[in-house]
Design a protein around this ligand. Structure first.
Ligand code: GTP
Ligand code: MG
Length: 198
């Protein structure tokens, strides 16, 4: 898998706009501002391929990234951002919902949670959906650089317990600053997307 061949493919708000070519897809889900786009950049060794920002609610469309014609990443709009209208939240929720419920190429879910906080009600709902979907999934606990090593262990335990994570599900501390966790997350991706495991 040649990461130098990673490129932005397209943005979509509805299925007709999703890329047509059938290659395995990894979808990134999580609360707004949790670090989904930053994680994508670190995985792909790019500074700003996926747009990130200090303004939460930046990603208002589904952004697709094609990696070497072999895997596609789908960066979904974050949920739970309070400072937008209810109507807008509904629109984004529906967008992610439609994607998750219809996308045949979806092979792996990468859920991102903030390692500093216990999962919110919406995180729990998201994870319930993931469990129910039966799709392979991995959880990245982002912003690990913001807490100490001893806190990391405790938070991983507490987050696992609040989410009631299933046996064998990986919950990997990650930092977009130190890049800690990047290798483990790639391994999880390669396991989930078997045809691209080179
Ligand atoms: N310290 C630290 N900051 C991070 C990390 N990951 C993301 N951030 C910061 O958190 C903010 C939000 O990151 P994004 O990657 O844009 O988050 P997002 O989940 O894509 O947000 P939406 O697109 O709004 O859903 C940015 O200011 C990032 O620089 C991390 O691992 N450590
Ligand atoms: Mg984003």
């Amino acid at each position: 898998l040649n990461l130098n061949n990673a490129r932005f493919e397209t943005s979509a708000v509805k299925p007709e706009q999703y890329p047509a070519e059938d290659i395995p897809e990894v979808a990134f889900v999580g609360r707004s501002n949790v670090g989904k786009s930053s994680l994508i950049n670190v995985l792909l060794n790019r500074k700003n391929l996926a747009r990130t920002g200090s303004v939460p609610g930046k990603t208002r469309v589904i952004n697709f990234y094609n990696i070497d014609g072999c895997i596609r990443f789908a960066d979904l709009p974050g949920y739970g951002y309070a400072n937008v209208s209810k109507k807008e939240q509904l629109v984004w929720g529906k967008m992610a919902d439609t994607y998750l419920n219809t996308r045949k190429q979806l092979k792996l879910l990468m859920m991102v949670v903030d390692i500093r906080h216990l999962p919110s009600e919406l995180d729990i709902m998201m994870y319930e959906w993931i469990k129910g979907s039966g799709l392979p999934h991995v959880i990245a606990a982002s912003k690990a650089d913001k807490i100490s090593r001893s806190q990391t262990g405790k938070m991983i335990k507490d987050i696992s317990s609040v989410l009631e994570i299933t046996e064998g599900t990986e919950l990997i501390p990650f930092s977009a600053v130190s890049r800690a966790g990047r290798e483990e997350l790639w391994k999880a991706i390669e396991r989930g997307v078997a045809s691209c495991s080179s």
